[in-house]
Design a protein around this ligand. Structure first.
Ligand code: IPD
Ligand code: CA
Ligand code: CA
Length: 264
């Protein structure tokens, strides 16, 4: 597989999709809800996913596609080449703010991430990586991540996880939030992951994300020496929803050991 060729196509399509999203700012959105009243989708999310699927199928008919809005394939395995697409990550921000959202695309082969692309449309910032070839912000290489500790770190997380909830014992989260230098919440997993990649935050955790939320970010962060796992410190599963915990080296181990696994 020549990943560079796939990467060139993917970047071209991501930029074109970004242009389409920018044009949509002048139009009225058609907004619907999905699983709950806060789970939003617009006609643009759907159009952009269909745009990618059309492009991918025309050049790579044997590749498979997992897309958030359901226009791709029903996948039971990650065999072969699979594109994991979130046409707009941060749809709520897209609707309410017209910023703080991104296109996120991961290309995997037999379950191994090969290409990660996250495009912050409004800032025209494309974060990208090909496995083994470094990670970039537009044309600029990103430096490797350095070790840090909780007391010097900014941690991205949603406030929901620090209140009583049914996914994690919030009593584990309170000391982490207290000991960290600060916390941030941006409402877009893909951008929160590139913020880890660029060192703007030091860690990001979420109790429930889907493979298209973290597939691209995982390739970019791992390329820079960051650690990407679930909340238990295990390898991610790219076929089902689950938790995500990504951080700089050192910090990841410290949070797992001193905060998330306290009962052991
Ligand atoms: C959502 C965002 C959000 C995260 C949600 C995701 P969407 O993606 O990444 O930050 O907390 O769990 O579903 O629905 O805007 O693509
Ligand atoms: Ca998403
Ligand atoms: Ca989405």
């Amino acid at each position: 597989m020549i990943w560079e060729d796939i990467d060139i196509h993917a970047k071209e399509w991501v930029k074109e999709a970004g242009d389409r999203i920018r044009l949509s700012f002048e139009k009225t959105l058609n907004i619907e809800t999905k699983s709950n009243p806060n789970d939003l989708v617009t006609n643009i999310d759907k159009e952009i996913e269909q745009f990618f699927i059309h492009k991918i199928r025309s050049v790579y008919p044997d590749h498979k596609i997992m897309g958030e809005e359901g226009f791709g394939d029903e996948l039971k395995s990650l065999d072969g080449v699979v594109w994991l697409i979130d046409p707009i990550d941060g749809t709520m921000n897209f609707i309410h703010q017209q910023r703080n959202f991104a296109i996120s695309i991961g290309v995997y082969e037999n379950g191994v991430g090969q290409i990660g692309l996250i495009y912050d449309v409004v800032h025209n910032e494309l974060y990208h990586a090909i496995r083994g070839k470094g990670a970039y912000l537009n044309e600029n290489p990103l430096p490797l991540l350095k070790e840090t500790s909780v007391k010097e770190s900014i941690i991205a997380l949603n406030a929901t996880w620090v209140m009583e909830n049914h996914r994690i014992d919030h009593n584990l989260m309170i000391p982490l939030v207290r000991d960290a230098r600060g916390t941030r919440s941006y409402g877009t997993a893909a951008l929160e992951m590139v913020f880890v990649a660029t060192g703007r935050v030091d860690a990001y955790l979420s109790m429930r994300l889907s493979p298209w939320d973290f597939a691209a970010g995982a390739v970019i962060i791992e390329e820079l020496g960051g650690i990407v796992t679930n909340l238990e410190g295990e390898k991610l599963n790219f076929l089902s929803k689950g938790s995500l915990f990504t951080a700089k080296p050192g910090l990841h181990q410290q949070i797992l050991r001193d905060y998330l696994k306290k009962e052991q």
